[in-house]
Design a protein around this ligand. Structure first.
Ligand SMILES: [Zn+2]
Length: 334
């Protein structure tokens, strides 16, 4: 091979130095991309580009590709919803129908933002179990929920072992994500309709629910170092400071602001400002249409929460992917 004149004058020493320079440059680039790796969060609400009444569902994607679906609820349009993609893990904070999915929307954008069409009934299976079966995903929960999900999966032809337990203070690793549950102060009964048969019927008739142990929130630690607190439905609780902040040091919080059933905007802002102290926060579970054309509607609970929060508030606009670095700062999509 004939080298061009400019290269012919390079001594082998010069070439070696050039090779070393190129490879250390490649190492530097690799190190930079590892530290700047981001967690991607995509809300799956009822209406594209909005934050609507029943929106709870979010997909979290680790930089290593592991994908978790949090509280599928009623706005994921069943297991065939094309927004889901691959799902490795399904998280269910507690057994209430708007979180586990007692029913679901007929189609994305069906109905209106303040009254989404949730006409497809999922009981006794639940939307979460149907999605787990279709995606061959694990359902990872705390309390007494794993036994219930195990039986559901088995009865429906799935693998009972795909329902896995993680109680308070424990952790379970899936891909690059460490998952734990944290206390939530709420309730957690299983409705008769989710149980079916005689037992379900008798519970409904008596106005009672079945015991599922305490409700939970989650703390997720991703491979880029990002620690995320998912409140689930909860009131104000001391563990938001002692466990979520002091021990896990969560940098991003997803907090429910709906009032009546959970902390309202004032209480949620207290939790964020005084107890959890993350770098940024995503509101959820507003129980009303919060946006129009992607902008916050004045006077809504979301509007109040934004005004009261000391840290940046990022709206969970359905279908919009936000990216967060290890320190809980939004780097794109917010
Ligand atoms: Zn609830």
């Amino acid at each position: 091979m004939t080298l061009p004149p400019s290269l012919r004058v390079l001594s082998s020493f010069t070439v070696r130095k050039a090779v070393i320079a190129v490879s250390s440059c490649a190492l530097l680039v690799a190190a930079q991309s590892a530290s700047s790796a981001e967690v991607k969060i995509t809300p799956l609400g009822s209406h594209d580009g909005e934050f609507c009444k029943f929106d709870r569902a979010m997909i979290f994607e680790d930089p290593d590709g592991t994908r978790l679906l949090y509280d599928a609820g009623m706005t994921v349009a069943g297991f065939g919803d094309t927004r889901l993609g691959d799902i490795d893990v399904i998280l269910v904070s507690h057994m209430h129908g708007d979180h586990v999915g007692a029913r679901h929307t007929r189609a994305v954008n069906a109905g209106s933002c303040d009254s989404p069409d949730i006409s497809v009934v999922d009981t006794p299976n639940t939307n979460s179990v149907n999605i787990a079966l279709e995606k061959k995903a694990k359902i990872i929960t705390g309390s007494e929920m794993p036994g219930f999900f195990s039986k559901k999966l088995e009865t429906l032809g799935g693998n009972a072992g795909d329902s896995q337990l993680v109680r308070f203070g424990a952790s379970r690793q899936v891909g690059g994500v460490s998952i734990t549950t944290v206390p939530a102060v709420h309730s957690n009964g299983i409705a008769g309709a989710m149980i079916g048969g005689n037992l379900g019927h008798l519970l409904d008739a008596a106005g009672l629910t079945a015991y599922a142990g305490p409700p939970t929130g989650y703390v997720l630690t991703f491979s880029n170092g990002l620690v995320v607190y998912l409140s689930g439905d909860t009131g104000i609780t001391a563990e938001q400071e002692s466990v979520v902040n002091d021990h896990y040091d969560a940098k991003l919080a997803v907090i429910n602001i709906g009032d009546t059933f959970t902390t309202g905007p004032k209480e949620a802002a207290f939790v964020i400002n005084q107890l959890v102290e993350p770098a940024s926060v995503i509101p959820s579970h507003a129980n009303e249409a919060s946006t129009k054309d992607g902008k916050v509607i004045a006077g809504t609970r979301t509007d109040s929460f934004i005004k009261l929060s000391d840290v940046p508030v990022h709206l969970p606009l359905s279908g919009r992917t936000m990216a967060f670095d290890g320190k809980g700062r939004c780097t794109s999509g917010c």
